[in-house]
Structure formats: structure tokens, C-alpha cells
Design a protein around this ligand. Structure first.
Ligand code: ACM
Length: 904
């Protein structure tokens, strides 16, 4: 099977350069294609481009084909500077054309249109065949991505590509309500969408903060509730025309009955609670809600929906329906009476009543109603489409009940999460329980660009390039999941997107220049490239820090998700810690750059009061870079290690403060530097046991195993010894450790007056994907062995072998606890804990190429917030004070043989 083979080739070739190749023939690595096609076969040869290159068409097509083919010719000309002689691509055949586009029929910009194409590049001719012009337009984007250069000039590598999308619905939702986005912004983003083969633009036109489309029927809506910022109907038609030429559908969302403040500014009589209403300036969920029990509501919505149905020809029409908490319904006596009279038992049923009435209006207009998760209620007709934003489960539930569904959960690009999270988020995950028939109900997905924190200056950098990863998820075969390859290709495609006029790269510098009053931004850029804006809703707590009219061109706005230099550095550190000593030079270069950066940046900050809030951030980057350098370069004495660690902890604490102070960004290299420091602090690397052992609660087998051990005993005044053994037999992972503590008194002293707590003990954390720099994930495992058991045991109330499985582990962990402590304030004879688990019992299969990280934290103290939060182990700003760390690298035999590991 072609598809499989090309994917395998692709996956084997990860990681190496994807830039221009030499004169040798190309490999899959050299192909910077995104979304990656379903099937790519590389052939011998190259099609050389020169100024005589022409494009011809054969067959039937919609006129958009000629517009787009001409546009492609111009794009190629701009890139190559050939001054092609062909003026336009026209329906008249041209003999001897370099590119022949063959289509059989005019395409229609509609859901489910055939977008497949075949592209054959040979030495002398390129043939692009598709059923219709829309497939051809997708193929043209692939061809443009194939352009390469070598010592002889520009060329297209010889390939045979057979391609079609996996999902028919691949979209972006742009919220033009929170911050209006003018038509130019929409058009350049449509160009970006076409470049990565997306086919739906969903315009979120109405929300509490604005009503953004002209209504001729009810002009008070846009006149009173938009601050003069809205699309005229003429502009909407132009957006639809422009999108149509690119083979992209456009459909509107009119969010009701919640998120309704702007409606009520124009129509206070439709409200569920007395006004007056004014346009909302904050972000969040607000109470203003349409009254679903009065006829006037349906009259206004009915007339408006008819008007808008005519304006937007696409048969899909989104009514929102999200986040109506119903407070104003609860408070309104008339609404309560109405519910009683009609036997409507709660607000969900009332909303379903409302939805069903809208459905009738939309039915008459031949529209299919789309709504967010919340509209899924028992009585909802199956013709409604569920747009899932709250979770994969909601999508699966709707699809299993026979509703058509679209996924946006996991594609919330406004939350500034790294691209790989979106990339790996599949509308139909591998473990989906949907039947094949039900899977057909999953139409695809949409990236959602909520605009609370973006303006036309920054919106592109929030959409791109990460949305290219989502585009690949929705277009390409499900098996394509290699994150490194994705990042490599996305980095290149980002420049291609810039060619369309997208401002995601250049506006970062614009913002930084403004902040420095046009000073040299070099040092500021160095800092900007290792930070990311606070993720999720942390940047704007409570939705109240930023108003809609606040400045959105501050330091955090120049920062992007996937901080570019941090990504490179973190990769180097991972390589280095996995044994690639060549990475050390690169690590040092970065650390030297950062350690010297504050000295350069401080004067710039001093002159720019708007940057004062990042002074600590800048100082901290330099401070932790120096710590990293010391760790790498120094022949550290044990005492030094401890002082390093301590200064490192204080640097972390400082970082925590500085981000609260207003930079509203996070440094993204902290975790890696921490790993470096740890790696030099007497940390165990790894061990691989050869003996056969079983996990049965009896540790006799393990006695034969060579224990590897580490003694970070100089840590504070505790005295723990940890021993590890690990075994991987291709089927099960066996993992055992023993901890001896002979100085529990010291532990008790370093605690608070109350001595040991219920949660004192040993936590070991299995981070199955070894992504500790990222957030704690559900598939990570945490175990807690309660040392208090030992103490209580000694008093006779608990038996050895019991363990606390109250966390997310239900494995039959074998735990042996023997303690001889009975009074921490008096005698102190220590304790010993042994734990063994098998992977099988955990119920999770490790990957073929397994690199597993384990943190073992002994005798944790409270974190800095005096809270006990296990997930914080993986999320470093809150740190426990472990008596020891261990990183155990388990390496599969076929991947990289390592039978023993030195202690570093
Ligand atoms: C939503 O994010 N409330 C759809």
C-alpha cells in the first residue's frame, strides 16, 4: 500500500534538515509539505523552472481555477524572479505547457465537495489532475510547497502525489466580536487557510462585546452595539467571494441565547432581566440572556436569521448556545411561570425549547443548525450539528447518538498552548469506541481564535503557524503523528504563510520596537524568544485585567506559543541528557547568550518604563543561564552543588514573582536548566536489570538484581539512600526501589512543629512520555507510599505491604514497608520502603521506543503555597524539596542498547 509505505519512509527520516538540497535527488525529509499528502512517491529527476514556464488547463472548471492558477504563476514569479512571459492562465489550451491542470467539472464550494487531486512532476512536464477546480487548487498549494533550489536553479522534484483529505470539515473560527477584525485581516487569513488546505471559515459575529455585521432589517444592532466596528453587508459578500475563489466556505455564528449583551443593547425588551444594557468591556461569562418565553424574541431572531441566511449562502448556520448559565432566567418570575405552564422542568429544557423554535426558522431557510456542545439535550432533533468545545467525550457522545459533529476542544489556539498538543488531538482518537458508521458523523474540526486578547496586530501570530499543525491533523492520514517532523515542517511553512501577507513573524518586531521607542531590539528579542505568554486563562485572570480597549501590544503580545529559541535549547538538553555529548556546545552557546543578555537589556528597559515589569524576568534569565553554565562547566564540589541548587531554587522563586508582576509571560527554559543542574548533582542516570524478576510482593527475586543507587544525601540534613532496579522484557516494565532513611529525626525537624503529616512519604512519578517540561498529564502515573504507615505499623495498626493507592494508581503495587520509628522526637531508627510494580499491572503499554522519566521524591515538604498538589511535580514553579531525584532512562534494545549506566 502506497500510503503506508510513504508514511513509514517519512517517519524514519525525522529530524534531519528540510532545507534546500544539493544536486542529489531529494528524500522525504526534503519535502516541506504541510499538510503532508496521503501518498507521496519520490521519483528520479527534477522539473527545472525557467522564464518560459507556462500553465495550461484541460477540461471543465469553474472560473476560480483560472484566477487561482494565475495567482500561483505570480507567486512563483515573485519567489523566483523569472519574469514569466505568460500573462494569465486562460481556458484556451496552450501547447507545451510546463504545468497542465486537468479537471472534469466545475467545483462547488460546499460541504463534502471532492478535494482530491493527483500531482505528477516529471522532468519535462507537471500534470495536476482533479475531479474539479477545488481539488486542483489544493494541488496547486502542494506544488508551491515543492519548490526547491540547488546550484543549477529552481526546480520541482519529481514526485507522484495522490492526495485527499481525511475530514471534510477543516476550519478556523475567528471571533470578530471581542475584538473586531477588519476585512484585510480576514482575507490574509483566508490566504493562509488555503495554503494549508483548510476549507471553512466560521465567523463568530456576535458576543457580549459587539454585534459585528450590518443588518438592514434591524440597523440598531450594528449601530448601537458595535462602536462602529462591523462588517457591512458588502464586505461580507466580498469575504464570501474571496473565500469562494480559494474553495473555502464561510458561515456565520449568531450566539444566542447567552453571550447576548450586544443584542440587548439594541433590544433591551428581549432581555430576561431589566436593563439598561451597555456593551461589555471585560472578558468572561456574563448573565445577559435573551428571553425565550416572549414572541418578540422569535420575531426579531426570525427576521434577522432570514436576512442573514440570505447574506450567507452556505447551508450551515451556527447559533452558539454556549455558556448560558441561566441566572437571569432563574430570577425572572414570568419565565418561571412559563416553564411551569409548559412543563419545562429546567433551564436546559428551556434552552432546547428555544433551540427548536430557531431550528424551525432555519429549516425554512434550508439551513442546518450548528451549535456548541450545550445544545445537545435529549430532545434535540438529529439534524442539528454539535460543535464540541468542552471535551472529546461530548463529541463522541453526540456522534454515537447520530448527530453530525465538529471538534474544537483541543484546538483552542487562543490558549497559547504548544502546537504539538493541537497536533496530537485527533477528532477520532486511536482508542475511540465509535463504530465505523458513527465515525462518519465526525465531520472534522475547527481551530478557534477567540479574540479577547488579540487585535489585528497580533491575531496572525496567535493563529499561525500553529494552525498549520491542526490543518495537517484534519487533512493527513491519522498515522502521521511525529511531532519533531511536524515542528520542522511547520517552521518552514511559517515563512510561506508570511508570503501571503500574514504578519505573525514581522509584527513581533513591530511591537518590540514600539516598546523600546525604536531602540535596538536585539536583546529584547533574545528574551522574547524564550518566553511564552501565560497560557490558558492565566494571562487575564477573571477576565478583568484587560478591557476590550486595553493595550494589546505589550511584551507578552510579542511573545508566541512554542517560544522558538526555547524549543531549540530544550531539544539540545534532551539530547545531551540522553547521552549526545555533541549537544553540549550548543547548550553552552545559548546559555552564554542568555547569561550576558541582561547586561545588554537592562539599559533598554531602564529607558522604557513600559518594560519595567520585565526587569526581573530578564535578570532571572541571565541568573538561571549562569547556573546552567556553572553546572555544565564546573567540577562541582558537593557543597557547591547544594549552593547551586539553592540559588537555583531562589531563582525559580524570583521567576514566579516576576511573572505575577506584569510581564505576563513564562520563561520556557527553566525546566531544561533544572534538568542540567540535576544531572550534575549526583543523579542516577539509569540502570537496566538483566535478571528475571517477578513482582509478587516478595522481594526475594529482586535481591539478585544489581541495584543501582544514588545518594543525594547531602540534600539538606536528611539522610536517605535510594536504590533502583529496572527491567524491561519487551512486554512488562518492572521497576523497584528501596529507600532507607536513617535520620527521620532530621526530617521531622525540617518539617513543622507537628512533625510528620499524613502525606509524608515517598512519591514516585512515572512520566511515560518523558515530557516533564510540559504539564502533568492524565497518562502520567503517580504513586504515593505513605511512610506514616511505617510508623503506625510499628504501633501495630497497619500491616506491612499496605500502600496508599488513592491517587491515580490502582496497580497491584508490591510495597514492603518496614519501619522502626515510633517517636520522631525521641528515637530515630529510620525506615525502609520497597516498591515494585509491573507495567502490565498498571495497564498501560509503553511505546516501542521507550524513554521513560521517573522522578522519585522522598519526604516532600509542603510546597511554597503550603498546599499539597501532586501535579505540581511536573510543573515546576511550585517545587517540593525532594531528598533525591532520579531519572531512569529505559532504553529499548532495538532502539539503543545500553546495559549499564554510569553514575554521573
Ligand atoms: C465557548 O468557548 N464558549 C464555545
Amino acid at each position: 500500500m502506497k500510503i503506508k509505505r510513504s508514511l513509514i519512509v517519512m517517519l524514519l527520516c525525522l529530524g534531519s534538515g528540510l532545507g534546500f538540497s544539493g544536486t542529489d535527488s531529494v528524500t522525504h525529509d526534503d519535502l516541506v509539505l504541510m499538510p503532508y499528502p496521503a501518498s507521496v512517491e519520490i521519483k528520479e529527476g527534477k522539473f527545472r523552472l525557467n522564464k518560459d514556464f507556462t500553465i495550461a488547463h484541460e477540461g471543465k472548471a469553474h472560473d476560480r481555477l483560472f484566477a487561482q492558477a494565475t495567482r500561483m504563476l505570480r507567486r512563483l514569479d515573485r519567489k523566483t524572479g523569472f519574469f514569466f512571459t505568460q500573462e494569465f492562465v486562460t481556458p484556451e489550451a496552450k501547447a507545451g505547457a510546463g504545468l497542465v491542470i486537468k479537471t472534469q467539472r466545475p467545483g462547488e464550494v460546499r460541504f463534502g465537495e471532492d478535494e482530491s487531486y493527483e500531482l505528477t512532476v516529471g522532468d519535462n512536464q507537471i500534470i495536476l489532475s482533479a475531479a474539479n477546480d477545488i481539488g486542483a487548487i489544493r494541488g496547486m498549494e502542494t506544488l508551491l510547497q515543492l519548490l526547491k533550489a540547488d546550484d543549477e536553479g529552481y526546480y520541482f522534484p519529481a514526485v507522484e502525489i495522490n492526495d485527499q483529505p481525511r475530514f471534510p470539515w477543516r476550519g478556523i473560527m475567528i471571533d470578530v466580536a471581542r475584538h473586531f477584525q477588519p476585512i484585510d485581516v480576514i482575507k490574509r487569513n483566508l490566504d493562509g487557510m488555503a495554503a494549508v488546505k483548510m476549507n471553512v471559515l466560521h465567523l463568530h459575529l456576535v458576543d457580549d462585546q459587539g454585534f459585528r455585521v450590518e443588518s438592514k432589517v434591524y440597523p440598531q444592532l450594528h449601530e448601537k452595539a458595535s462602536d462602529g466596528k462591523y462588517f457591512t453587508q458588502q464586505e461580507i459578500k466580498e469575504i464570501i467571494r474571496y473565500a469562494d475563489e480559494l474553495g473555502i466556505r464561510v458561515y456565520p455564528e449568531f450566539d444566542v441565547p447567552g453571550h447576548a449583551t450586544s443584542w440587548l443593547v439594541a433590544f433591551p425588551e428581549l432581555a430576561s432581566a431589566p436593563g439598561p444594557y451597555s456593551i461589555e468591556r471585560n472578558s468572561g461569562i456574563f448573565d445577559p440572556t435573551l428571553n425565550p418565553t416572549i414572541e418578540k424574541t422569535y420575531e426579531v431572531l426570525g427576521n434577522l436569521f432570514v436576512e442573514m441566511s440570505n447574506l450567507f449562502p452556505d447551508p450551515y448556520f451556527h447559533i452558539g448556545g454556549d455558556e448560558n448559565e441561566g441566572h437571569h432566567w432563574d430570577q425572572n418570575q414570568d419565565i418561571q411561570k412559563f416553564m411551569k405552564k409548559h412543563g419545562i422542568k429546567d433551564n436546559h429544557e428551556l434552552q432546547t425549547y428555544f433551540n427548536k423554535r430557531l431550528l424551525k426558522v432555519l429549516d425554512k431557510q434550508n439551513k442546518k443548525m450548528v451549535g456548541w456542545d450545550e445544545i445537545l439535550q435529549p430532545d434535540l432533533p438529529k439534524t442539528a450539528i454539535i460543535h464540541s468545545w468542552r471535551g472529546q467525550e461530548g463529541l463522541a457522545k453526540a456522534a454515537s447518538q447520530g448527530y453530525k459533529t465538529i471538534l474544537s476542544n483541543g484546538y483552542y489556539i487562543d490558549l497559547m498552548k504548544p502546537a504539538y498538543k493541537h497536533y496530537l488531538n485527533d477528532p477520532i482518537p486511536a482508542n475511540s469506541t465509535l463504530t465505523d458508521e458513527q465515525k462518519k458523523n465526525v465531520l472534522g474540526g475547527e481551530a478557534t481564535m477567540w479574540s479577547e486578547l488579540v487585535t489585528p496586530t497580533t491575531i496572525d501570530s496567535r493563529i499561525w503557524p500553529r494552525t498549520a499543525a491542526i490543518a495537517e491533523r484534519l487533512w493527513s492520514p491519522a498515522e502521521l503523528r511525529d511531532v519533531e517532523s511536524m515542528y520542522e515542517r511547520m517552521g518552514e511553512i511559517s515563512f510561506l504563510l508570511e508570503e501571503h501577507g500574514l504578519t505573525h513573524i514581522r509584527n513581533r518586531d513591530v511591537i518590540l520596537r514600539n516598546l523600546t521607542q525604536q531602540a535596538d531590539i536585539e536583546a529584547l528579542k533574545v528574551l522574547s524568544n524564550v518566553v511564552e505568554p501565560l497560557k490558558g486563562y492565566r494571562r487575564n485572570p477573571g477576565g478583568a485585567v484587560y478591557k476590550t480597549y486595553s493595550p494589546f501590544v505589550l511584551f507578552a503580545d510579542a511573545a508566541i506559543a512554542d517560544a522558538p529559541d526555547a524549543r531549540v535549547f530544550n531539544r539540545l538538553v534532551t539530547d545531551y541528557l540522553n547521552g549526545n555529548s555533541e549537544a553540549e556546545e550548543g547548550i553552552k552557546t545559548w546559555l552564554q547568550l542568555w547569561s550576558a543578555n541582561h547586561e545588554k537589556l537592562a539599559p533598554v528597559i531602564a529607558r522604557s518604563p513600559v518594560l519595567w515589569s520585565i526587569k526581573d524576568l530578564s535578570a532571572n534569565l541571565s541568573a538561571i543561564a549562569k547556573i546552567g553554565l556553572d553546572a555544565l562547566e564546573g567540577e562541582l564540589q558537593e557543597g557547591d552543588i547544594m549552593s547551586q541548587l539553592n540559588s537555583y531554587h531562589s531563582a525559580l522563586a524570583k521567576l514566579e514573582q516576576s511573572r505575577e508582576q506584569g510581564g505576563r509571560t513564562d520563561l520556557q527554559v527553566v525546566n531544561s536548566i533544572k534538568q542540567l543542574v540535576k544531572s550534575k548533582a549526583g543523579v542516577l542516570a539509569a540502570y537496566r536489570a538483566e535478571n528475571n524478576v517477578t513482582v509478587d510482593g516478595d522481594f526475594s527475586d529482586w535481591n539478585d538484581v544489581t541495584w543501582n543507587y544514588f545518594v543525594p544525601a547531602k540534600h539538606l540534613n536528611w539522610n536517605d539512600t535510594c536504590h533502583f532496579a529496572i527491567k524491561w522484557d519487551k512486554k512488562n516494565l518492572y521497576f523497584a526501589f528501596k529507600v532507607d532513611n536513617s535520620n527521620l529525626q532530621a526530617l521531622a525537624n525540617s518539617r513543622d512543629k507537628e512533625g510528620l503529616h499524613m502525606d509524608d512519604g515517598i512519591e514516585f512519578l512515572l512520566d511515560t512520555d518523558f515530557d516533564r517540561s510540559k504539564e502533568w498529564k492524565d497518562d502520567d502515573l503517580a504513586y504515593h507510599v505513605n511512610v506514616l504507615n511505617a510508623i503506625i505499623d510499628d504501633r501495630g495498626s497497619l500491616k506491612n505491604g499496605e500502600y496508599n493507592n488513592g491517587w491515580n494508581g490502582n496497580a497491584k503495587t508490591a510495597v514492603k514497608v518496614s519501619g522502626t520509628v515510633n517517636d520522631p522526637s525521641d528515637k530515630d531508627q529510620g525506615y525502609q520502603v520497597e516498591v515494585a510494580i509491573s507495567w502490565k499491572e498498571i495497564g498501560k503499554a509503553p511505546k516501542d521506543e521507550l524513554v521513560m522519566g521517573i522522578d522519585l521524591c522522598v519526604n516532600d515538604r509542603d510546597d511554597v503555597y503550603q498546599q499539597y498538589r501532586y501535579f505540581d511535580y511536573m510543573n515546576l514553579p511550585v517545587f517540593h524539596m525532594p531528598a533525591g531525584f532520579a531519572k531512569l532512562v529505559l532504553v529499548d534494545k532495538n532502539f539503543k542498547e545500553r546495559t549499564s549506566f554510569e553514575q554521573e
